[in-house]
Design a protein around this ligand. Structure first.
Ligand code: CP3
Length: 350
């Protein structure tokens, strides 16, 4: 068998095809397609114990990643994991508390950066790479396997705040008041994210997505310095090692900065959040790159005619160009699964 056939990352999958030319019907996958809205997820999650126990259990993580594909005709599976396995792996332990979310012992000074270790991360995250490998073996060849990571800015906010934040007081303090110190942390994260994504490609991921969920809270200088520059560095290193693996960037809240974002960072596709105007995005963003998005997860939860209208609008605006159907943010836990089934049917044109 020729080498290229053995190497799944070189094969064309349903999603990677969208990077070459517009499809007759856009491919579809959904952020947080595996999760609490599915009763079978809640069952597996209970079996695993904690959320992170689930992330680090390859057998169960494969199971929950496959659950949405058994129910719905989706074009991709996404690795089941979390963006916060990076600090957890680097040596800043993460815990998920019921009703609170992630909890970390926050980094308070540059001295706290020193113990963070890339080598520790590689070893700690071995079960995650095993999950990718097993998922690739379980999936039909043409179904894409998306690997992912948080981007440095978004991960750093959790490392510095110690939990989810509304105002990003500490993250912004470091970003704007101590940029030279903050840069030390961001450089560690550039290396960590690159290593994490490369390991996923080597284990069988054929498309990558970077989540910079809090990109939208920074000013112009902050966005260029802490969102675009680190991502450009990561993508440059990834492309040197894995030139054929497309990278999608979800920089939530980037607004007018979605224009030209692919060129400024080197990514192959830009995921648009729910508030982006459809016609503007077609003319300014889709004309220069592949776009992904952007149904409001709240509208998916509502379903019915409201959802049909919103999906029809997105398809009318974007489906004739290079486009991957998705939500503008992750599925909400109280979404009825039958709404997801109806969404997939509508996008398929059935
Ligand atoms: O999309 C997928 O299906 C892949 C898996 C995935 C999860 N989280 C699983 C998860 C991905 C890609 C993420 C990304 C992630 N995690 C982001 C970026 C995307 C976004 O939503 O903006 C962020 C900010 C996180 C951090 C995180 N993880 C928080 C703040 C929380 C707690 C809030 C919550 O919804 O409970 C999580 C937990 C989490 N990550 C769950 C899942 C399925 C729920 C855990 C549970 O079972 O209780």
């Amino acid at each position: 068998m020729p080498v290229t056939e053995l190497n799944s990352s070189a094969a064309t999958t349903r999603l990677s095809a969208a990077f070459q030319a517009p499809a007759a019907r856009p491919p579809i996958w959904l952020m947080r397609q595996a999760g609490r809205y599915l009763p079978e997820y809640r069952e597996t999650r209970a079996e695993a114990g904690s959320f992170l126990d689930l992330c680090y259990n390859p057998r169960l993580a494969v199971e929950v990643a496959l659950q949405p594909l058994r129910r719905f005709d989706l074009d991709a599976a996404i690795l089941f994991s979390d963006i916060l396995v990076i600090p957890d792996g680097l040596g800043q332990p993460v815990r998920f508390d019921e009703g609170v979310g992630p909890v970390l012992m926050r980094l308070e000074d540059t001295a706290d950066f020193a113990p963070l270790s890339l080598e520790r991360m590689r070893a700690h995250l071995a079960p995650v790479y095993e999950t990718v490998d097993r998922l690739r073996a379980e999936l039909p060849r043409d179904v894409s396997l998306i690997g992912f990571s948080g981007a440095p800015w978004t991960i750093a906010t959790y490392m510095l705040e110690g939990r989810s934040s509304r105002e990003f007081t500490l993250g912004k303090y470091w970003a704007y008041a101590r940029p030279e110190d903050f840069r030390v942390l961001v450089e560690i994260l550039v290396e960590a994210v690159t290593a994490h994504l490369s390991a996923q490609v080597e284990a069988g991921a054929d498309v990558l997505q970077l989540f910079d969920s809090w990109a939208g809270v920074l000013d112009d200088w902050g966005f260029r310095t802490w969102v675009e520059a680190p991502i450009r560095a990561i993508v440059g290193k990834l492309k040197a090692r894995h030139p054929k693996v497309p990278v999608i960037l979800f920089a939530r809240g980037a607004g007018a900065r979605f224009a030209g974002l692919a060129a400024r960072t080197g990514v192959d596709a830009v995921a648009l959040d729910c508030t982006v105007p459809l016609a503007w995005a077609r003319e300014t963003v889709q004309s220069e790159t592949v776009i992904q998005g952007n149904l409001d997860p709240a509208i998916l939860r509502i379903g019915g005619p409201a959802m049909e209208r919103a999906v029809a609008d997105i398809l009318a605006a974007w489906a004739s160009g290079r486009f991957i159907f998705n939500l503008g943010h992750g599925i909400l836990p109280d979404t009825p699964p039958q709404h997801v089934a109806a969404l997939v049917r509508q996008v398929r044109g059935a």
